[in-house]
Design a protein around this ligand. Sequence first.
Ligand SMILES: *[C@@H]1O[C@H](CO)[C@@H](O)[C@H](O)[C@H]1NC(C)=O
Ligand SMILES: *[C@@H]1O[C@H](CO)[C@@H](O)[C@H](O)[C@H]1NC(C)=O
Ligand SMILES: *[C@@H]1O[C@H](CO)[C@@H](O)[C@H](O)[C@H]1NC(C)=O
Ligand SMILES: *[C@@H]1O[C@H](CO)[C@@H](O)[C@H](O)[C@H]1NC(C)=O
Ligand SMILES: *[C@@H]1O[C@H](CO)[C@@H](O)[C@H](O)[C@H]1NC(C)=O
Ligand SMILES: *[C@@H]1O[C@H](CO)[C@@H](O)[C@H](O)[C@H]1NC(C)=O
Ligand SMILES: *[C@@H]1O[C@H](CO)[C@@H](O)[C@H](O)[C@H]1NC(C)=O
Length: 363
Amino acid sequence: MQNLIAILTLALLATHFTTACQTPTSTSTSRLPSWTLTPTNTTQQFRGLGPVSNDIVWVSGTKGTVLRTNDAGSTWTDVSPHFSLSENASNFEFRDIEAWSANSAVILSIGEGNLSRIYQTRDGGETWKMTFVNQEAAAFYDCMAFEKEIPSHGIARSDPVNGRFRLIETWDSGSHWSILSMNGTLPAALPGEFGFAASGTCIEAAAGRWYIATGGVDPGRIFRSTNPRLGWHLSNSSITGAAAAGVFSVRFRDAKDGIAVGGDFEKPTANKDIASWSCDGGVEWHKAVSFPGGYRSDVAWVPGRKDTAVAVGTSGSDITFDGGRNWTGFGNGTFDAVECINRGVCWASGARGRVAKLVMGDE
Ligand SMILES: *[C@@H]1O[C@H](CO)[C@@H](O)[C@H](O)[C@H]1NC(C)=O
Ligand SMILES: *[C@@H]1O[C@H](CO)[C@@H](O)[C@H](O)[C@H]1NC(C)=O
Ligand SMILES: *[C@@H]1O[C@H](CO)[C@@H](O)[C@H](O)[C@H]1NC(C)=O
Ligand SMILES: *[C@@H]1O[C@H](CO)[C@@H](O)[C@H](O)[C@H]1NC(C)=O
Ligand SMILES: *[C@@H]1O[C@H](CO)[C@@H](O)[C@H](O)[C@H]1NC(C)=O
Ligand SMILES: *[C@@H]1O[C@H](CO)[C@@H](O)[C@H](O)[C@H]1NC(C)=O
Ligand SMILES: *[C@@H]1O[C@H](CO)[C@@H](O)[C@H](O)[C@H]1NC(C)=O
């Protein structure tokens, strides 16, 4: 009887596995999209990208710069925080932004010691309040993520402190943050392992699950958790890691299907083993069949188009129509971050003030 149950269970598991991992049938291999640049009138680099709707988008980046558009990129308004005379805006680089409306957003600045900070606005960027300032010498904050289902719940992620990735958590949309301090349950890092503050997506929240991407070790690794207070599991990503290489971005469209991208930012066109996909919630990661054209710092699923995702990096952009198995290049302009919102609209941002939009035609 027990054997029978075991066999039945195995059969069920096998069926479930096969169903979950069915190869997507790519329907829309046809037209490739193209980016349209918008006039930001600045040369700052924007690694922080926060689209809210088709019209409202925020970007954040170097020299303490934050811009917002309310008209789909036709015009951009400088809504940067004002720094006191003793604090030079040039020292601040906002590598990540999360925005909920034209009024409400939080930004993360990177750096050693107290340069790692989080600011919050409720009035469209007219005023910003510092709601977190790092006091740990070893910490260096890289990225943050908020849940779609519980938008007030977010986690910001730092490089390791005492051998474990440092995480801070907010339950009120970034007004207050506290360190998740249970040593035994935080993700343990290998020597030399860290995260990339390249696009704000080295931590991901999707369908009630959390993911953390790492590099500096080979291969780059991906941690996952259904409850960050209780513990983390980890997997090899199948993406090659090195001093400047590993997993830069991990994104899930639901509880099962995820894509990870990365590579070596010092070798922008090297593309061996720089992208992988998972269909079991990040337990196993499989190498892509054909890779994007080079190092990619960010990837975003396109909502409403089941197996479509867009990846960007300093050497260009790529699209997949089969959930990350095969990638096709479209455009070679430099970008750091990409986000897609409803109705096949994506935004990308990067160096030299580049912020661009693409609208995919009907499927
Ligand atoms: C662009 O920026 C320059 C220098 O900051 C400024 O003088 C000019 O008015 C801006 N142009 C637009 C269209 O915003
Ligand atoms: C701010 O820093 C920049 C770059 O380090 C420097 O060029 C500038 O003079 C500084 N400004 C002030 C007011 O200290
Ligand atoms: C950051 O550190 C500098 C140098 O130690 C100090 O002068 C400044 O007051 C600190 N700022 C904050 C917000 O902690
Ligand atoms: C976590 O570990 C560090 C170093 O091992 C130790 O100093 C610290 O007290 C620990 N914190 C907690 C909350 O256990
Ligand atoms: C992950 O990769 C490391 C380094 O190659 C290897 O030692 C380890 O066994 C791998 N873990 C799994 C679960 O495959
Ligand atoms: C895409 O990847 C699949 C494996 O999932 C492979 O069988 C297929 O031939 C590839 N398609 C193209 C167009 O390269
Ligand atoms: C990028 O694309 C443009 C337009 O297709 C082309 O003229 C240019 O040579 C390309 N640059 C590189 C570095 O491939």
